[in-house]
Design a protein around this ligand. Structure first.
Ligand code: HEC
Length: 385
């Protein structure tokens, strides 16, 4: 009995610890520190997995393919804070350093992103947020020609939000400095507002050493976009490999991870929601998927559906929450993944425009499915990573 209890505690701790980043408190000031700072020696890296976003296809077929083939990829993360400010350091392997001097339409920089929640007690959709629960996204591009953030020029005019294929469209690099660091507020798929980075007092840095990128972000715990002083908060990390043309939505990202400020209580409700996992009969779940989903969705080796009939679900269990997947199955129209370029999937629209102007998903609801089968299906979806 005792052994059982100890085992249960042990297993519970592993489940919680696996997505937890302990933010170590250090004396001094971490605001403005960069990737090379000695302050990082106060704590160790912890390994996490990132997964390629493959659900949305772009017009660039080669990039779509390379992005898919990239598969899951590891990132090491550590974090420190000083009571008022916080800093993250990422380290990831990249044997091909892509720092382009001259911007061409088919060349892309290595880059990384840090995504934070804007509210303190809810779990927003990872990657895109929504109107009621926005996320803030910090993006850093490796670029030797870029200007310092404080002297940033107006790059708004260069950024085309409708076309997420590119970070920057730039034909004359002498006139327009490359973007180095940007902050966006996401409130839904394809809905991003670029924020004025001058006001947000953030420092992002990227250095390349011995086949690894190191990327850092330092910022205040509390600013007008987020309040991270609550003890535990959500964070997600994105990696972009320029060599395989990752940019915009085409990237590798972690699911929501929990960052916990050492010594501060709070945010426990998030822990439970983010750690929500399903146990069920995976084999049965796979059968259910084959029967009900594979006519439209491709995933892993199951490729019965015409290409672009529906989002590819090969990595959905890696970055999406189980609650999001469940919602997608029961209420497909609540969040509709946009088929944002007609030419990316010209034959199959994912959205049905109704007469009243409302859009609905072409995916049917599976509300009729019995609880056991739905549960097994979710258990299977979790394995897609
Ligand atoms: C008739 C075709 C069709 C069927 C059948 C179908 N889907 Fe979908 N599904 C879609 C389309 C189109 C979208 C994109 C639009 C949207 O978000 O609703 C989608 C979106 C999704 C998403 C969100 C993907 C993302 O990247 O965010 C999930 C998860 C999903 N479906 C799971 C399922 C599961 C599980 C089944 C089987 C029980 C299923 N679907 C059956 C067409 C289908």
């Amino acid at each position: 009995m005792l052994i059982k209890i100890i085992m249960a505690i042990f297993i519970a701790n592993i489940a919680i610890a696996s997505n937890l980043i302990s933010v170590v408190k250090i004396p001094g000031n971490v605001l403005g520190i960069k990737a090379k700072s000695r302050a990082w020696m106060s704590t160790n890296f912890k390994k996490f997995s990132t997964f390629p976003m493959v659900s949305i296809k772009t017009n660039d077929a080669l990039a779509n393919k390379l992005n898919y083939q990239n598969g899951a990829k590891e990132v090491d993360i550590k974090a420190i804070y000083d009571g008022k400010n916080i800093a993250f350091l990422l380290r990831w392997k990249d044997s091909t350093k892509s720092v382009i001097g001259r911007m061409r339409t088919d060349d892309f920089n290595d880059a990384f992103g840090v995504e934070l929640q804007t509210k303190t007690d809810t779990v927003p959709y990872v990657d895109f947020g929504d109107l009621n629960d926005e996320i803030v996204f910090y993006l850093k591009n490796a670029n030797k020609n870029s200007v310092d953030i404080e002297e940033n020029q107006d790059i708004l005019s260069q950024f085309d939000y409708q076309n997420l294929n590119v970070f920057v469209k730039n034909s004359d690099e002498d006139l327009l400095p490359h973007v180095k660091q940007e902050v966006f507020l996401y409130h839904g798929f394809n809905n991003a507002i670029k924020l004025d980075t001058k006001l947000s007092n953030i420092t992002m840095d990227m250095i390349y050493k011995d086949g690894y990128w190191y990327g850092s972000l330092s910022k205040k715990l509390v600013d007008k976009n987020s309040n991270l002083s609550n003890g535990t908060f959500l964070v997600s990390f994105s990696l972009y490999d320029g060599k395989i043309k990752q940019r915009g939505r085409l990237r590798n990202l972690t699911p929501w991870l929990l960052a916990r400020l050492e010594g501060i209580e709070g945010g426990e409700s998030l822990v439970e929601e983010v750690n929500h996992k399903i146990s069920g009969d995976i084999k049965n779940g796979e059968k259910i998927a084959l029967k009900n989903c594979s006519i439209c969705h491709n995933y892993k080796n199951t490729r019965n559906a015409p290409v672009n009939m529906a989002p590819d679900l090969s990595f959905i269990g890696g970055y999406a929450s189980i609650d999001y997947i469940k919602e997608s199955i029961l209420q497909p129209s609540k969040v509709i993944v946009p088929d944002f370029t007609d030419s990316a999937h010209p034959n199959f629209s994912w959205i049905e425009k109704q007469e009243n102007g409302k859009n609905i998903s072409v995916m049917p609801s599976f509300e009729w499915m019995n609880e056991k089968n739905l549960n097994d299906l979710l258990a299977f979806m979790q394995t897609l990573r």
